[in-house]
Design a protein around this ligand. Structure first.
Ligand code: NI
Length: 199
């Protein structure tokens, strides 16, 4: 509901993190030899071990051989998460026969409230293909850090809390490597067209 510039901050911060992450990576590679190294793909993503909405342990390795569309958010999110998940759902529909090659994954940044049962109920609105992941705080923090996701809890007016988070849909290739990122400024046609070129 609140579409103030404040709502954009997590995305901007995330973009900055991805950029600085890339630069940091470049500096690391430059340091030993002082040669110019071209950095191609940003260093985003990594291993995770979490629980799906059925309470089963899922790791990144379970999804090798398929493309992963990964979004970090939380079920109490007032607007950005539902918009992004609806977008991902729409993209999956547009992939038609190629959809089974892609697995849409929603990873919570609010594991205190988002139990597997809560995730299951929430994701039911977005179609049966979604894998919802939660787990111990440390595992969530580790996954968020690997994906350079900005997460910040803040008090909400109702006495509870909200979680500011970056708004990025990551595409990881069948080897688990970062391939692209999207967001909900793009339409489902555009994202589906880009995916179809890659699948
Ligand atoms: Ni959200």
């Amino acid at each position: 509901m609140i579409r103030t510039p404040e709502a954009l901050i997590p995305y901007i911060v995330a973009a900055a993190c991805v950029v600085s992450g890339g630069l940091w990576h470049a500096a690391e590679e430059l340091a030993p030899t002082n040669r110019i190294v071209t950095v191609g793909v940003p260093k985003v993503g990594g291993p995770f071990a979490l629980l799906d909405q059925n309470g089963e342990t899922r790791t990144d390795r379970d999804f090798r051989g398929r493309w992963m569309l990964i979004y970090f958010g939380y079920t109490n999110c007032p607007d950005v998460c539902p918009t992004s998940l609806a977008l991902m759902s729409d993209v999956m529909t547009r992939l038609g026969g190629r959809a089974p090659r892609v697995v849409p994954i929603f990873i919570t940044v609010d594991p205190d409230r988002d139990t597997p049962q809560v995730m299951k109920q929430y994701l039911a609105s977005f179609g049966p293909k979604f894998v919802g992941l939660t787990g111990p705080k440390s595992h969530i923090a580790s996954a968020a850090s690997e994906y350079r996701v900005y997460v910040a809890r803040r008090p909400a007016k109702d006495g509870g809390y909200a979680v500011d988070h970056s708004n990025v849909i990551y595409l990881m290739d069948p080897a688990g490597k970062f391939a692209a990122n999207y967001d909900n400024s793009q339409g489902p046609e555009e994202i589906a067209a880009d995916l179809k070129k890659r699948l």
